[in-house]
Design a protein around this ligand. Structure first.
Ligand code: TXA
Ligand code: MG
Length: 312
């Protein structure tokens, strides 16, 4: 941990596990290091990054005018799969926020991530900027091997990938805009609207994501494997299939995952999509989980994965 923290402070990149997905970390105060994240990911520079901190105290370093309801959320759900978007402090440079006057902050719930962040603070660091450790538009990695497959050829000598085993949650954190009177969900995740409402006592606004109804080409492929993702159809022989365990597949269908719960669905989804590519499948059919809870986050990611595939 001390070694990886020193590497970050010296401007190196360190990919690390979190409970959601693996992140590609850089010192959030080092403009050159953060610029390398964008080049390694192939990501447009105006997309803001999440700053990862070791504890709630870090929120005060990076944010100004944090509303009371955001403090409740931080107390209830950190460390955990939740990112708070708040007014930025002077510490948060344009190169981290994509030029916006807000910053995303999160305390991840993973022993390796927390160990790294604590060592980083002990060494004098303030926060680690980290997007998901995949090339832009691709499926987020949930294992160290997937990080290496995605980014290995783009990382430099001295950059590190920390292996903390497979991620427990499997889909990215819930992003909550805390700059208005009530919390607004910008990206659904394991912390649900109901949990946010219970924690804050406020109504929660769910921001409707850009939908596939928009003009083709105006949306970026996201969370997308090379295989074409098709939702809620019957798979035929030779196609990949991801569905709850109680949904049967026909003969010759390549079963990629058969989760028993929605939590397990989220946990295995990205590795199952990667397996489709590893097996050279052209099409992967996904029967979407219904209902609320984490199923909302799963359907959100699948909608974009399917949309991206249709246009690639
Ligand atoms: O679970 C996660 O959140 C993972 C792990 C590594 O922590 N990180 C992650 O980062 O998913 P990334 O960069 O792949 O996605 C972060 C999303 C982006 O869509 C970005 O636009 C949004 O968060 N975001 C970050 N800062 C923001 C801000 N100030 N305002 C609005 N959106 C923001
Ligand atoms: Mg990402």
């Amino acid at each position: 941990m001390a070694d990886a923290a020193a590497n970050l402070l010296a401007g190196g990149l360190v990919a690390f596990p979190t409970e959601t997905v693996y992140g590609l970390g850089a010192d959030a105060c080092n403009e050159m290091a953060v610029a390398r994240i964008y080049s390694v990911k192939g990501r447009p520079a105006d997309h803001p990054l999440i700053v990862h901190v070791a504890s709630m105290g870090g929120l005060g370093d990076w944010a100004d005018d944090v509303p009371g309801y955001a403090i409740s959320l931080a107390r209830d759900f950190w460390p955990g799969p939740m990112t708070l978007v708040v007014k930025r402090s002077g510490l948060a440079g344009d190169f981290v926020t994509g030029g916006q006057d807000t910053v995303g902050v999160r305390v991840p719930d993973h022993p390796v991530a927390l160990g790294l962040l604590e060592a980083f603070v002990r060494a004098g660091g303030k926060g680690v900027a980290a997007p998901s450790a995949n090339r832009f538009g691709n499926v987020s990695p949930t294992t160290a091997q997937a990080v290496s497959d995605e980014l290995g050829e783009y990382l430099a000598d001295g950059d590190q990938i920390l292996d903390g085993g497979p991620c427990d949650v499997g889909v990215e954190s819930t992003i909550i805009d805390c700059t208005g009177d009530v919390p607004k969900i910008l990206r659904p995740g394991a912390i649900t609207a109901q949990m946010i409402a219970e924690s804050t006592g406020l109504a929660v606004v769910r921001v409707v994501e850009e939908s596939a109804i928009r003009v083709s080409g105006s949306l970026e492929a996201h969370y997308a494997p090379a295989a074409t993702v098709v939702l809620d159809q019957s798979p035929v022989a030779g196609q990949g299939f991801i569905a709850m365990a109680d949904v049967a597949a026909g003969e010759g269908v390549v079963r990629l995952a058969a989760p028993k719960t929605h939590e397990e669905f989220a946990r295995v989804l990205y590795s199952a999509l990667r397996a489709a590519d590893e097996q050279g499948l052209e099409t992967v059919v996904v029967a979407q989980p219904q209902g609320d809870g984490i199923a909302i986050a799963i359907r959100d990611r699948l909608k974009r994965a399917a949309f991206g595939s249709a246009n690639s």
